[in-house]
Design a protein around this ligand. Structure first.
Ligand code: ADP
Length: 261
């Protein structure tokens, strides 16, 4: 009887602990989903007032009286930089909230990845020119892939932007695209290579983490929030691809993405 009671007690205890752990898991999952929704909604709501502020600042910048006053001009330039920076942050947070909720999915179509790379380079050319950095594109003219054109362009913009930011003046950035075949699966290989400052070995495991910045004091200088590579990784993940980096301090970095097609 004693053994039977002990067994019964053991089974009831197991059952109760199972119930309690389920009860604990559900509210945590719910709270996490609510937090994700909150971040997505807040980032979305911020965009409209920010764009109104930007338009107002730009209208003020056109005013003759402000244009001729160096102090006002300076203040407005500073405000514009900050508003643009928060707008970028809101957009990045929205992407990451969508990633977490599984809404960040591929929108496939047939396109030429070289054209996507040309668009990304064109967008960043003013930044590169300001630092006298040359960007070289090496990609086949006739290549068609069935992937997400917007996400590929975004990924390239993020990697090339970093390559420019973390390369001193007169440097060089190479953008290489190629398709290949491995174990019967066709893939697109993307490489963005710079001869910039490089990344210390101990920082390599952290650079794809959200809000990670190797040198936090440089935020003002380079204008990032430490979310660019986390988004680049989300894009690669959305297509079951991989992203990795080879880097040597003082010599440069090469970010390599491989996407199964
Ligand atoms: P951010 O550039 O806004 O800081 P990222 O997520 O894009 O954020 O990058 C995270 C960190 O990785 C950067 O702060 C920088 O230290 C490092 N990093 C990224 N790309 C490069 C690069 N091409 N060269 C050197 N360091 C880089």
């Amino acid at each position: 009887l004693l053994i039977g009671m002990a067994l019964l007690f053991f089974v009831i205890a197991l059952w109760l602990s199972h119930l309690m752990s389920r009860k604990a898991i559900i509210p945590i999952a719910k709270a996490y989903a609510r937090q994700r929704e909150f971040v997505a909604d807040a980032s979305h709501e911020l965009r409209t007032p920010l764009s109104v502020m930007l338009t107002s600042i730009e209208a003020l910048q056109l005013e003759e009286s402000i244009d001729s006053d160096p102090f006002s001009k300076n203040v407005l330039n500073g405000m514009k930089d900050e508003v643009q920076s928060i707008t970028k942050l809101a957009g990045e947070l929205l992407i990451l909230a969508r990633t977490d909720s599984g809404e960040f999915v591929l929108d496939r179509s047939l396109f030429n990845p070289r054209a996507a790379a040309e668009r990304a380079i064109h967008k960043l050319q003013p930044l590169a020119q300001a630092k006298d950095i040359s960007i070289k594109l090496n990609a086949p003219e006739e290549l068609t892939v069935n992937w997400d054109e917007e996400k590929l362009t975004q990924l390239l913009v993020l990697l090339i932007d970093n390559a420019i930011k973390y390369t001193p003046g007169k440097g060089a950035v190479d953008v290489n695209l190629a398709d290949g075949m491995e174990k019967g699966v066709r893939f697109l290989a993307i490489e963005v290579k710079d001869n910039g400052i490089g990344i210390p070995t101990e920082a390599l495991p952290c650079i794809f983490d959200r809000f990670y910045r190797q040198d936090k004091s440089r935020t003002r200088q380079t204008g990032g929030h430490g979310l660019g590579l986390a988004i680049a990784k989300s894009i690669a993940d959305a297509g079951q691809g991989t992203i990795r980096v080879d880097s040597t301090v003082g010599e440069g970095s090469a970010f390599k993405v491989r996407i199964p097609l």
